[in-house]
Design a protein around this ligand. Structure first.
Ligand SMILES: NCCCC[C@H](N)C(=O)NCC(=O)O
Length: 526
């Protein structure tokens, strides 16, 4: 009987994997909402309504009306069905299009109509970066780590998943409301309120992220730690992949971009409830740990002290991991925010399918991250995996920057390579932190890594949005946008990759000197 009390819940395989699935589900819902707007960039940056045709092409409603009016003026319309009629499902239109230098009459049928928001690329970039603003500028992630180490995973997780839900609701409110032409700080008021919601959500998502990492170390240390972390990341990627794949169809179906955000907010509500379920398991685990300590006559584990921060901040290996994280993730997550439009304008993929190519990236990682995690658990080579992943990231961005091979299948291949890189580095990077920093400082350590990473997540989209507006957007004589040249933004992303390679190389050298064990396996033989 006594033995049963002392047995930790985490010693049971079923219990620890159940705990992992529950907390990973909460995180997955967070990842869904994080990227739900990415496939909607084209819609958000178009003014007025956008019509989608049954052949999967799309165009701003104003352009269609102008083209059809021009056609009607110069032709006697053969069928009343083809006159300018209501912009609604099933309506048919004829107009002239220039295909390979020749003028052709095309006939199209509307499939759905959605409302664009008329944001500029700068506004879209500002909004996308908002995820990190509160984390970075109000130091909330930093405080989040201290709260986590002081208050524990139950209090912190409930608070942070509640914040994610609240932020999502504000974002949804901003997108479905009509603010007319109201402006604030030189930007549309809608952008500012949506960004505020996204910032609150981002604070919740990042604090949930460090909490979940600590939960996993608590349940899996000395066991299948990297595999568990890999699986958690894989589930998170399902959230990203779903966001990229279904967001546009949902927005089209519901007639507005806010529809996709509403779906995300509902998912987050379920995620919040599932974290409450985890709290029940966590309480039992803590009780078992305390009972075992009392039984062994050990004093309860010393709590986190602020002076512990010094130990973290003076550790060179820790800083190298943190900088690698900053550079690597600056080349991936912000890129995803712009990737759908890149597919539309550089690779001429119809908008209806364009989100599916970036979605390949997280889909690929769903399988590969746990595979590489297991590899790290069993054979080690963590620093080497990070170098290889960073080289792949850089190569991919160089290929996207070059004005060659503008074929959709080439974009697919390059995206798959990026998917491999995006599996390699996270599966080695996150389980490497506990090799450098002890458990009781782990919450703060992950928080500082996430904090620095968030500087990239906040600033890079803002920078890229500005660069696209300033250097990449092409206009015709009348001042209308005709296309985009993605060379400059992609070169910026490639530079982040290059920095990641250098840092990963130095980390490997440092590991050799300090014996962190990054190249060693994680599973301890009993
Ligand atoms: N788009 C979600 C951003 C998550 C950032 C988070 N700090 C993180 O790095 N998580 C680990 C990962 O690989 O997703």
């Amino acid at each position: 009987m006594k033995e049963q009390i002392q047995k930790r819940l985490s010693d049971s395989k079923a219990a620890r994997w159940t705990a992992l699935i529950i907390v990973s589900f909460t995180m997955m819902c967070g990842y869904f909402l994080t990227d739900v707007m990415a496939p909607l960039e084209n819609l958000l940056t178009t003014k007025g309504k956008v019509v989608y045709f049954t052949d999967n092409t799309s165009m701003p409603a104003d352009t269609l009306v102008a083209k059809v009016a021009l056609f009607a003026e110069s032709n006697a319309l053969s069928s009343p069905d083809l006159t300018v009629q209501k912009l609604e499902e099933g309506a048919r239109y004829q107009y002239i299009e220039t295909v390979e230098g020749k003028q052709e009459t095309v006939e199209k049928t509307i499939s759905t109509v959605s409302s664009g928001k008329g944001w500029s690329s700068t506004e879209y970039g500002f909004f996308s970066g908002a995820y990190g603003y509160i984390n970075v500028f109000l130091l909330m992630l930093f405080f989040g780590g201290i709260i986590l180490d002081k208050m524990g995973v139950r209090f912190t997780g409930v608070m942070s998943s509640g914040l994610m839900f609240a932020g999502a609701l504000i974002k949804w409110y901003a997108l479905q409301a009509d603010f007319g032409d109201a402006m604030l700080w030189g930007m549309n008021l809608q952008v500012i309120i949506a960004a505020l919601g996204f910032s609150i959500f981002g604070m919740g998502a990042e604090i949930t992220g460090i909490t979940v990492s600590k939960v996993i170390v608590k349940w899996f240390a000395g066991k299948e730690l990297a595999l568990a972390m890999g699986l958690q990341v894989a589930m998170a990627r399902i959230g990203t992949a779903l966001a990229l794949a279904v967001s546009l169809p949902v927005a089209r179906m519901m007639g507005d971009v806010s529809g996709s955000v509403l779906v995300g907010a509902i998912a987050l509500c379920v995620g919040f409830i599932s974290y409450l379920v985890y709290c029940v398991m966590d309480r039992k685990e803590d009780a078992a740990i305390s009972a075992a300590r009392a039984e062994a006559g050990e004093a309860p584990e010393e709590g986190f002290k602020l002076s512990d921060l010094k130990l973290i901040l003076c550790n060179k290996g820790f800083w190298l991991i943190t900088l690698l994280c900053l550079m690597f993730y600056a080349g991936v997550f912000p890129f995803l925010k712009f990737a759908t439009k890149l597919m539309i304008y550089k690779y001429e993929v119809p908008e209806s399918f364009a989100g599916l190519i970036p979605a390949l990236l997280p889909f690929g990682t769903i399988l590969l991250t746990p595979v590489f995690g297991t590899l790290y658990d069993r054979i080690g080579r963590g620093a080497t995996l990070m170098i290889i992943g960073s080289v792949m990231l850089t190569t991919v961005h160089v290929l996207f920057a070059l004005p060659i091979m503008n074929y959709w299948w080439f974009a697919v291949i390059v995206m798959i390579v990026l998917g491999i890189a995006f599996s390699l580095v996270p599966s080695a990077l996150w389980p490497s932190v506990p090799k450098i920093i002890p458990m009781k400082q782990l919450g703060s350590a992950y928080a500082i890594v996430f904090y620095i990473q968030n500087i990239g997540l906040a600033m890079v989209p803002t920078l890229i949005g500005f660069v696209i507006d300033r250097f990449s957007t092409q206009y015709n004589a009348a001042g209308a946008i005709t296309g985009y040249d993605y060379t400059a933004p992609m070169v910026i992303f490639a530079i982040f990759g290059l920095c990641a390679i250098v840092i990963a190389g130095i980390l490997k050298q440092e590991d050799r000197r300090k014996h962190y064990g990054l190249e060693e396996s994680n599973i301890k033989k009993k």
